[in-house]
Design a protein around this ligand. Structure first.
Ligand code: HEM
Length: 411
């Protein structure tokens, strides 16, 4: 969708196209989003299908909206905003959508089944294993030469290996499921392509879940089958849907965050140097990178179930809302010099993982992976250099999760 360049007026009938393509620096949001945050922080925007949800761009409004039970995440409700035709497909399918797109109480019931799998204590227990994977991937990379694509050799395989181990998915199938996951998040993919990808991923997990029922192992999918499917808390289809969501959410997000995080640091060399000098800064740097490069860069979709107010604007029941986390995380009302990356001053609170009942379930895992990846890189490859300039690199503008397509590096 082309950008209109229209500055919105006070007239609510004038709704500019939803600005998603970064026309300026690829490490900054579309300039239009920043303008809206200052001029009309809750503004109507027009989507590809002519629908006109409200775009929320300030931090306080976003937090308030995300914890408001009158804003539903249920995509079957009329008025739910879909940012691409491919996303709308999900509404017309009989397939289980996963609890990300459900409301309490069913959302709460399903999410509770997974909470023990991702709590901080459990994730801290796997940290040594993640560190070992980081070391081994870096070792493979450096042994095979002095240049590589950091996305393909490191940023993607790391979270993919980790989520496979947790779920009990054979990593040797990674070419297959990485391609299906990519397609499912691609707003430009053809409808047939996405339907085929969904069906293939479902079939894959269908077979795997049947296998786990017969030969259970010490993994999440085996536990879901034994503890939730067998006693009838979840249907077989729901287990399959849940596993597919975890696989996609578990590697696409962290992979892109590692890619864009490293790129961001190398583009601000003093920040990279600070981490190489003191790797103890890494945990704070991860939070600052999450804030500065919020990879879930298209607004979180919700629909109002009642009339309500956001930032002084009345949103009517049945109207869609998009909560722009990436813009909220650059709100100058909350963060000093928000466009500057400063690893020595991590933010106290950011919205990169969302907020409220749907806040990222995999947050403790993502933190362990990001901290481990960055520590490994600054310790082992302090001379890391990108061999292309920012304008030569391709970015995932039309994907739900933003990041560089590839990152050619030397060390
Ligand atoms: C840097 C990495 C990650 C980022 C930035 C991220 C971001 C997010 C965001 C913003 C949401 C909220 C969506 C909404 O409210 O509509 C979310 C939800 C979710 N994330 Fe993550 N995520 C990351 C990694 C992970 C990982 C590693 C997993 C592991 C399985 C995961 C699993 C989930 C799940 C299951 C939900 C749905 C939670 C619910 O609806 O209750 N995420 N994530």
């Amino acid at each position: 969708m082309a950008e209109t360049g229209i500055v919105p007026s006070a007239d609510s009938d004038t709704a500019p196209a939803y600005p998603t393509v970064r026309t300026g620096c690829p490490l900054d949001l579309p300039p239009r989003v920043g303008e809206l945050r200052e001029e009309r922080p809750v503004a109507r925007v027009t989507l590809w299908d002519g629908s006109r949800p409200w775009l929320v761009t300030r931090y306080d409004d976003s937090r308030q909206a995300l914890r408001d039970p009158r804003l539903s995440a249920d995509l079957h409700r009329p008025g739910f905003p879909f940012i691409s035709p491919v996303q709308k497909l999900q509404q017309n399918q009989d397939l289980p959508v996963g609890f990300l797109r459900m409301d309490p109480p069913e959302h709460t019931r399903q999410r509770r089944m997974l909470i023990p799998e991702f709590i901080v204590k459990r994730m801290e227990r796997i940290r040594p294993e993640v560190d070992a994977l980081v070391a081994s991937l870096l070792d493979d990379m450096t042994r095979s030469g002095s240049s590589a694509d950091l996305v393909g050799s490191f940023a993607l395989p790391l979270p993919s290996l980790v989520i496979c181990r947790l779920l009990g998915v054979p990593y040797q199938d990674h070419d297959f499921f990485q391609e299906q996951s990519r397609l499912m998040l691609d707003q430009t993919a053809g409808v047939d392509q996405v339907l085929a990808a969904r069906a293939e991923l479902r079939d894959y997990f269908d077979r795997l879940a049947v296998h786990k029922a017969a030969r259970p192992d010490d993994d999440l999918l085996s536990r879901l089958v034994a503890e939730q499917e067998a006693p009838g808390h979840l249907t077989h289809d729901e287990v399959v849907g849940m596993a597919a969501v975890l696989l996609v959410a578990g590697h696409e997000t962290t992979a892109n965050m590692i890619g864009i995080g490293v790129l961001n640091l190398l583009e601000t060399p003093d920040q990279w140097a600070a981490l190489c000098e003191d790797p103890g800064l890494v945990p704070g740097a991860v939070e600052e990178l999450l804030r500065h490069q919020t990879i879930i860069h298209t607004g979180l979709p919700r629909v109002a179930t009642e009339d309500l107010e956001i930032g002084g604007v009345t949103v009517r029941a049945g109207e869609g809302v998009l909560i722009q986390l990436a813009s909220a995380n650059r709100d100058p009302r909350v963060f000093d010099a928000p466009d500057r990356l400063d690893v020595r001053h991590p933010p106290r609170r950011h919205l990169a993982f969302g907020f409220g009942v749907h806040q990222c379930l995999g947050l403790p895992l993502a933190r362990v992976e990001l901290q481990s990846a960055l520590t490994g890189l600054v310790r082992e490859l302090p001379g890391l250099t990108i061999t292309k300039s920012l304008d030569e690199l391709a970015f995932r503008h039309r994907m739900n999760v933003y990041g560089p397509v590839e990152l050619p590096v030397t060390w």
